[in-house]
Design a protein around this ligand. Structure first.
Ligand code: FAD
Ligand code: S2G
Ligand code: ZN
Length: 480
């Protein structure tokens, strides 16, 4: 891919202008300091940005974008830089606008639970702020210590609590967004109901920095449950995982707050690479694991319900082993196994990540078919291009994280699994990106999940909002 000639190259005058807007502390030009911003979390994508701007106010963001729009300077908005599709780092020398300095809570309504905060607020910091007030963030991901709520909104992040609290399309009440020409859209409503015109905020949720910069978020926080239980189960087949899931919806019903699974390969990598691997309390290893979380208001009632559910599964042989966490420490230890899987994967070499959604019954077939496909190419095993294929994810969302470990990210290796994995997903009526978005790694495969008329309409909308194309270029929509 080639750098677009229509984008201006940065000049000293440009930098002087930006210094007049964000003062020197908000301007990063030093090559070593730039490294951190130019690399993505997986260290798979690397940009050559010469300038990072760190605005502290919405007005500063507005001035920056108005100038970039006039001068045709390309921009990449960056939050916690934990994205997994290459969306948060430049492709060439785009200016990075890092939101880290905009991290204040603006207001919190203790009656409704409506929280209004800056986009650069870290998810875990917000959750702690809410915990002190008896509330909880309606999303949780393994990246919570670094990711920003503005990045979560921009990627429409799913995560570990979607099963209980739904998607950001439902929990976000309003957004403050700066459009490419510097216009500030102030729609930071805290109303649960507002049926006055097109619901414009929805278009920015999941737009991955291609339509503007989210500077403020209004989100509805649920009350934090007093009674939390977590159980870890060992199972022999994915059919049993599904049976346990179906039963959990029937028998745990309103207190079910998470249902995560992982396979033997995933726990193997966690035990091989991470200390939290020692947290596994089960006596043997199993082909499949399930972590179930319940969140309710009455511990006794929940303990009884969970106990009856687990007993039923055990006596009917649906699960082979199981343990219920006895205290908060054990709860954290079990979650640490699940949340450690991405890091463990990244230590297994070059990881090809496929975040796909599909009907639950076929969820694990994607892993089995990928393995057989690589075996048919004689391409997996010791000394071969690929070393392992593992699966884990959010069963309740029909969301599989298919991770294929390889020796390197070579074109030959990529060609063995792409477009195979996208064709497989389309054939099984799935989506080629369930929650991580498109970025630079999935944009050219969008047609496997969206029709041409839909892609055309997305392009028209993008051109209307960002006619100069300066917002996060080369990504999200298919390149010509
Ligand atoms: P960044 O990575 O900085 O940016 C992501 C995208 O959003 C980019 O396109 C960027 O340009 C844009 N962007 C960022 N901030 C703004 C803004 N203020 N305005 C406009 N555009 C913006 N994702 C899930 O969905 N579910 C998971 O369970 C999950 N688990 C993860 C676990 C680990 C260990 C890791 C490393 C990642 C995980 N992710 C998960 C992926 C990632 O954390 C999410 O996509 C997250 O929402 C990204 O937030 P961020 O602030 O890091 O955004
Ligand atoms: C998760 C994280 C990223 C990955 O752990 O739920 O979204 O695919 C993933 O490793
Ligand atoms: Zn996930």
């Amino acid at each position: 891919m080639k750098r677009r000639d229509s984008f201006k190259k940065l000049t000293k005058e440009d930098v002087d202008f930006f210094r007049s807007v964000v003062s020197s502390s908000g301007v990063i030009e030093d090559a070593d300091d730039l490294e951190h911003f130019n690399h993505d979390w997986m260290r798979k994508y690397r940009g050559q940005s010469k300038l990072v701007l760190k605005p502290s106010t919405t007005e500063q963001v507005s001035k920056i974008l108005a100038y970039c729009n006039k001068e045709r300077l390309a921009v990449v908005p960056q939050g916690g830089n934990t994205g997994l599709v290459g969306g948060s780092v430049p492709v060439f020398d785009e200016i990075i606008v890092s939101m880290g300095n905009m991290n204040s809570v603006r207001s919190f309504d203790e009656v409704s639970g409506a929280l209004v905060c800056d986009a650069g607020s870290i998810l875990e910091v917000l959750d702690k702020y809410l915990e002190e007030r008896g509330y909880i963030m309606p999303l949780d991901l393994g990246a919570k210590g670094s990711c920003h709520i503005g990045g979560n909104v921009s990627t429409n992040a799913g995560g570990l609590r979607l099963l209980r609290y739904g998607s950001l399309h439902g929990t976000v009440l309003g957004l403050e967004v700066v459009l490419p020409d510097g216009t500030i859209l102030d729609n930071l409503s805290t109303l649960r109901k507002d049926n006055t015109g097109f619901d414009l905020k929805q278009l920015f949720i999941g737009s991955e920095g291609t339509l503007g910069i989210v500077t403020g978020v209004s989100i509805l926080a649920p009350k934090r449950s007093k009674a939390i239980n977590v159980a870890l189960l060992g199972l022999d087949t994915f059919d049993q995982v599904q049976a346990a899931f179906k039963r959990s919806k029937e028998e745990l019903s309103e207190i079910l707050s998470a249902f995560e699974f992982w396979d033997h390969g995933a726990i193997g990598l966690v035990k091989e690479h991470l200390a939290v691997g020692a947290n596994d309390p089960l006596q043997s290893t199993y082909p499949f694991y399930v972590l179930i979380e319940t969140s309710g208001s009455n511990k006794e009632h929940d303990d009884e319900k969970l106990g009856a559910y687990l007993e039923g599964l055990m006596t009917e042989g649906v699960v082979q082993d199981g343990v219920v966490a006895q205290d908060t420490t054990q709860i954290q230890k079990l979650w640490a196994i699940r949340e450690g899987i991405p890091e463990a994967c990244s230590k297994a070499g070059a990881i090809f990540k496929y975040d796909i959604s599909m009907p639950v019954p076929v969820l694990y077939e994607a892993v089995q078919d990928m393995r057989s496909h690589l075996e048919s190419l004689n391409a997996i095993g010791k000394g071969k291009p690929f070393t392992s294929v593992i699966g884990y994810g959010h069963v309740g969302d029909g969301n599989l994280h298919l991770n294929v470990a390889a020796k390197d990210y070579s074109k030959e290796a990529t060609a063995m699994i792409e477009p195979y994995v996208f064709e497989w997903t389309a054939k099984h009526s799935g989506s080629i990106s369930a929650e991580h978005g498109l970025g630079i790694s999935k944009n050219n495969h969008l047609h496997y999940s969206k029709s041409q008329p839909m892609i055309e309409l997305m392009k028209q909308f993008k051109n209307m909002i960002d006619p100069q194309g300066i917002m996060n270029p080369y990504k999200y929509l298919p390149n010509k």
